[in-house]
Design a binder for this molecule. Structure first.
Ligand code: CAA
Length: 400
């Protein structure tokens, strides 16, 4: 039976995240954004709400909630600011949930537990200066030396690069396969900031998500113990793609929250602002934009809910998650642009939040698979050029 009602636990989580973000972040987000300031004080507060391990089982330090809760949290956080949701994407989605599925028990104890409890912050390192969409194009290498690997390379456009403690990093372990671009030569490693030869930096020139931290990190022969190899040697590419199934889910739900924020701001403004003696909401061209926001919001929400439901049942969801991410991010760009339009000149100023929504929404149309990558993937599924098989590891499920 199809049931779209939220459970009591899901509703409570949604309400508590909404109330926290409205109380603690919304009143000062404009100043944080203007000052390009990432507030580290958010981590302990988010940890207290259970958000940093929201869908990690309690036995690994998490809140033990399902994937729908992860989506709800992402939607509520991005309703206030994209920088908050980005924390969920990299720390929970790309890192913690990947360790949950692919990590050894020792790795779960040493890394997942403190991350899910919020005492350590984690992120993900796939993208490089010359390899974004083309994930096979990375140049980072890991050379085996006794019981360690020496990692050398640079990662770029990494959210939380300059603030995280732990990094899930992808590197070539088979240099012949690197030459042939055969992804079965790639492996995944857990790297700590504290390892010798590791350095990070913040990227200063970006123009969106200004209250977030984005940067790069470098590894110069960083010694990584072999216990930090995640999965088997050669499974790195699959692990990266699996991680993106989780990250893209949070991006889809987050973009849905941004559409809702644009809709609500537009409805409010359309009832306050008068032109030619009438509220601008009475004009059909304004109504048209508001109605489009509502349809985009509802469709985006249904798409991420379906993806979350598949995750709860432990089924591969690459295709559905990709569609949810593609649809919601593209729709969020339209919603933000129209929200600025409805606000007129005021939308072009920082006095109203819609200008920030407009700057923030664009990143998600690019990261974690561009609009074009996702469009091509959907076409390839239909044309039979692409099929999804269950991965080697069991997908963590909440209902069997
Ligand atoms: N789960 C498990 N296995 C998967 C998988 C998944 N989701 N997706 C693919 N695989 C497996 C495939 O089954 C295949 O294995 P077999 O040969 O055994 O069947 C293998 O991985 C190779 O898969 P593909 O043939 O699909 O690989 P591809 O090269 O065709 O992929 C692509 C092309 C889809 C465009 C991929 O390169 C891609 O997604 N690119 C975008 C990368 C991206 O989103 N980057 C953002 C990273 S975020 C970041 O680093 C920044 C940050 O802030 C942290």
């Amino acid at each position: 039976m199809l049931n779209l009602d939220l459970t009591e636990e899901q509703r409570l989580l949604e309400q508590s995240v909404r109330a926290w973000a409205a109380r603690e972040v919304a009143p000062r987000i404009r100043e944080l954004d203007r000052a390009h300031t990432f507030d580290r004080g958010l981590f302990p507060q988010m940890a207290q709400l259970g958000l940093l391990g929201v869908s990690v089982p309690e036995q690994y330090g998490g809140a033990g909630m399902d994937y729908i809760c992860l989506g709800l949290a992402s939607e509520e956080l991005e309703y206030v600011d994209t920088s908050l949701r980005v924390i969920m994407s990299v720390h929970v989605g790309l890192n913690c949930l990947t360790l949950l599925a692919w990590g050894s028990d020792d790795q779960k104890q040493r890394y997942l537990v403190p991350q899910a409890q919020g005492s350590k912050v984690a992120t993900f390192g796939l993208t490089e200066p010359s390899a974004g969409s083309d994930a096979r194009g990375i140049q980072t290498v890991a050379v085996k030396k006794g019981d360690r690997y020496l990692l050398t390379g640079e990662k770029m456009w990494i959210s939380l690069a300059d603030v995280a403690d732990n990094y899930l990093v992808f590197a070539w372990t088979d240099l012949d396969k690197k030459k042939q671009r055969d992804p079965s030569g790639m492996s995944a490693f857990i790297v700590e900031r504290a390892f010798k030869g590791f350095s990070s930096a913040t990227l200063k020139e970006k123009w969106g998500i200004l209250a977030g931290n984005t940067g790069s990190f470098k590894m110069e022969e960083v010694e990584v113990p072999q216990e930090n190899l995640v999965g088997r040697e050669g499974e790195g590419f699959k692990i990266a793609m699996f991680a993106l199934d989780q990250g893209r889910y949070t991006v889809a739900a987050g973009a849905t929250g941004l559409i809702r924020a644009c809709r609500d701001a537009s409805v409010k403004y359309a009832k306050e602002r008068k032109t030619f003696g009438e509220e601008i909401g009475s004009y059909q061209l304004v109504k048209e934009m508001i109605a489009q926001m509502e349809s985009d919001y509802q469709a985006s929400r249904l798409l991420w809910l379906r993806s979350g439901w598949l995750k709860n049942t432990g089924r591969r969801n690459t295709r559905e998650t990709g569609l949810a991410k593609w649809y919601a991010t593209v729709a969020s760009e339209r919603a933000a642009s129209d929200a600025v339009q409805i606000h007129g000149a005021n939308g072009y100023s920082d006095e109203y939040p819609v200008g920030r929504f407009f700057r923030n929404c664009k990143g998600a149309v690019i990261y974690e698979g561009t609009r074009e990558i996702h469009k091509l993937m959907q076409a390839d599924y239909l044309l039979g050029y692409r099929t999804d098989r269950p991965p080697r590891c069991e997908l963590p499920a909440w209902e069997k």
